[in-house]
Design a protein around this ligand. Structure first.
Ligand SMILES: [Zn+2]
Ligand SMILES: [Zn+2]
Length: 282
């Protein structure tokens, strides 16, 4: 039995990143067809999580990662070579061009799209343009932010739903195989910054009603910024998180987020909850 996701020992930065021997990207194989990558906090304090899912016909990855922080000893994130190694292994020795790859994004912020260009020219690869029109046309979401879309990887049928608010082209993705809902920067154990409050509030309601109608075992976001103590976040920009919150949240956290947003109504303000902090920016 593999390590439960709650207990995976992630790389989490170092007290002195100059002396860190961590890889720039940690690869965790969740199951045969699902990989979770974590970027080193010694490369970027964002420490993003990137998701790579395989079906019989194609694979999809969500996000390509962050730029290095200033003063970082490495300047390039080896995301393409890391993904290619996983794909080659998954294919059991067949060439990289034996399966299609979609390079998609949870949303367009810099820490999620910065290495897209590494995938330009890769065989059988589509890089989804990280803009609202790029996202709505690739996933077929003509009524954005209403509606949802299916994306069949081949025996693995994902559902994509619009969740703008943190950012305008933000999507969530549900994977029935792992019963996971990928929520990017909208919901994760950390500081949930909100650019557009009314949109975010409506997205929280949409996520809640989606979760009511589906079997959601875990909610997987793009970062960890909380400690493992309730209501306690690391300082913004920290590059060492020895006691960080587990990556997965639960369906109950979606309900909690929705209730907190509704309680604020038209009067958004900072709300510190046990496992995340809602932080409207205006
Ligand atoms: Zn973001
Ligand atoms: Zn982010």
């Amino acid at each position: 039995m593999a390590t439960p996701l709650e207990a995976v020992p992630w790389i989490h930065g170092a007290p002195n990143c100059r002396h860190s021997t961590d890889p720039l990207i940690q690869v965790h194989q969740f199951d045969e067809d699902t990989f979770i990558l974590r970027l080193s906090k010694c490369f970027s304090f964002e420490g993003n999580f990137i998701y790579l899912l395989f079906g019989d016909a194609r694979a999809i990855m969500f996000d390509t990662g962050a730029r290095p922080d200033s003063g970082t000893k490495d300047s390039v994130l080896p995301i393409r070579s890391t993904v290619d190694t996983i794909v080659t292994h998954w294919l059991g020795g067949r060439g990289l061009d034996a399966i299609d790859l979609v390079v998609a994004h949870t949303h367009s912020h810099g820490d999620h799209v910065s290495w897209d260009q590494q995938f330009g020219g890769r065989p059988r690869t589509t890089v989804v343009k990280p803009t609202l029109s790029g996202v709505t046309s690739f996933f077929h979401l003509p009524n954005w932010p209403d509606g949802q879309a299916g994306l069949d990887l081949g025996g693995r049928n994902l559902t994509v739903l619009p969740i703008p608010g943190h950012e305008t082209s933000h999507i969530a993705t549900y994977d029935p195989r792992t019963k996971s809902l990928l929520t990017g920067d909208m919901l994760y154990p950390g500081q949930l910054t909100v650019q557009d409050w009314p949109a975010y509030r409506r997205s929280a309601a949409r996520l809640a009603s989606f979760a009511e109608g589906h079997d959601v075992s875990r909610v997987l976001g793009s970062h960890i910024e909380m400690t493992n103590e309730p209501r306690a976040a690391y300082p913004v920009g920290t590059t060492f998180q020895p006691d960080e919150h587990p990556l997965p949240l639960e369906a109950a956290h979606i309900t909690e987020l929705h209730a907190a947003c509704e309680a604020m109504g038209n009067d958004p303000h900072v709300d510190v909850l046990d496992d995340f902090i809602i932080r409207p920016l205006n």
